[in-house]
Design a protein. Structure first.
Length: 429
């Protein structure tokens, strides 16, 4: 036990003094921040798609219900298009070139549309796109297109065709100053697609396919989740992984939806639906809901009981910041260990159950992470086997938390008693 304590102390010191500053430097980088904000900005569109999935459950019981899939297609299905606009927009915003952020965003959209391979009719009267390229499967193209456009606009931002003393209105000056970067972005895209006849969309997907394959593998699924939880236990958000992992998860669920629509089985397990709506994140990262219930109703310590009851409602809706930083779990060696264990066992068990075919892999978009378990689980994968898997995971994570909770409760109870005795002695003196 003494060796474990020494190890935890050394690990905490290293994470706090060495790793955390570097991680914060990455998340604070303007380009990473802009990418994060661009993806976060489209979350409401994803939630609309999730609501349509929820409402569409009624189609199984009411034949008169209309087909609402077009709403899903023109919200979640246009993710790539939205991101292509938002990335250069956010970069120009943070670079304080706000007078040209809209133009940069529009150029991002135009560049993205060129790169996903439009097909023109011989008479030039019509143009056609493969619709799925607008969505999550096109996000890597939109991310690279958006970053490239932002880099070009940033490079030319200081180039001014008119002197500051000119009498021309500012918006006209911005128009002319933006001509060259627009021409560079669209001209380069045209040369690649129409002149060189390169399949940019296919090439980017091929380049990222190893990353996608790793993320959808057993080790990728388990380790990516564990790393997020591990960082969280040291008070750091998993923002560093977000720009990489989230597009992969979105692509995973969109591929599952397309596969099922074509009559094939869903195969991608690393999706947001599996992790945060299905079986793994019960009460939030690290499956903290059982710990909250223990604190709220079983704790001897008045302090832990109060924290548990204050955290109960948020935890039911999978918001666990109050318990992670209130108990606390973060930087607390006693509770960090079960937090880590419960970030490994549920994903391992879930991956095995889904990959073996015992439980149906989710094939519908549902990213309303605040939907309580087990309702969310039933929505993403209705069936008795799905509920049994959830029950097994709940039992395992509860048994994991129990001995550590008891040990921590005893420790905090003793601390509370010592504080009370000290206060009484101070009053008596």
């Amino acid at each position: 036990m003494r060796k474990l304590g020494s190890f935890m102390e050394s690990l905490t010191d290293w994470m706090t003094e060495k790793f955390a500053p570097q991680a914060n430097r990455i998340t604070g980088n303007l380009w990473v921040k802009s990418l994060q904000e661009a993806i976060m900005a489209v979350v409401p569109m994803i939630l609309v798609g999730s609501l349509i999935t929820l409402v569409s459950i009624l189609n199984n019981y009411a034949s008169w219900m209309p087909n609402l899939s077009p709403i899903n297609q023109f919200s979640f299905g246009l993710m790539g298009l939205f991101v292509a606009f938002l990335i250069p927009y956010q970069v120009m915003h943070h670079k304080d070139f706000r007078d040209r952020r809209l133009i940069a965003g529009m150029t991002g959209v135009a560049t993205f549309l060129l790169l996903i391979g439009p097909v023109f009719s011989e008479d030039g009267g019509t143009i056609s796109f493969t619709f799925e390229r607008f969505g999550a499967t096109g996000m890597f193209v939109s991310i690279l297109a958006g970053l490239a456009v932002a880099a070009v606009f940033n490079l030319f931002a200081k180039l001014k065709l008119f002197k500051n003393s000119t009498a021309l209105p500012d918006f006209i000056i911005v128009w002319f100053d933006s001509l060259l970067p627009i021409l560079v972005c669209l001209g380069a895209s045209w040369l690649l697609v129409d002149v060189a006849h390169l399949d940019i969309y296919g090439g980017i997907l091929t380049a990222f396919s190893p990353l996608t394959n790793i993320a959808q593998s057993f080790w990728g699924f388990v380790l990516l989740y564990f790393i997020s939880a591990f960082m969280y236990s040291f008070g750091m958000s998993a923002w560093i992984l977000f720009p990489i992992v989230y597009p992969l998860q979105l692509q995973g669920i969109q591929d599952n939806m397309a596969a099922v629509a074509a009559g094939h089985p869903a195969t991608n397990i690393n999706t947001y639906e599996v992790l945060f709506s299905g079986w793994v994140g019960i009460g939030g990262i690290g499956a903290t809901l059982p710990l909250v219930i223990m604190m709220a109703f079983w704790a001897r310590s008045a302090r832990l009981k109060a924290i548990g009851r204050a955290s109960l409602v948020p935890s039911i809706f999978n918001i666990n910041e109050p318990i992670v930083f209130g108990a606390p779990i973060a930087f607390n060696p006693i509770l960090m260990v079960p937090f880590w264990i419960n970030s490994l066992v549920p994903p391992i068990l879930t991956y095995w159950a889904l990959s073996s075919g015992l439980v149906a892999i989710p094939s519908q978009l549902f990213q309303m992470w605040y939907t309580p378990f087990p309702f969310a689980t039933w929505i993403v994968s209705p069936g008795v086997a799905s509920m049994l898997l959830l029950l097994v995971i709940v039992v395992l994570v509860t048994l994991t938390w129990l001995p550590f909770f008891r040990a921590y409760d005893r420790q905090v109870s003793v601390e509370d008693e010592d504080e009370e005795e000290t206060e009484v002695a101070g009053v008596a003196a």
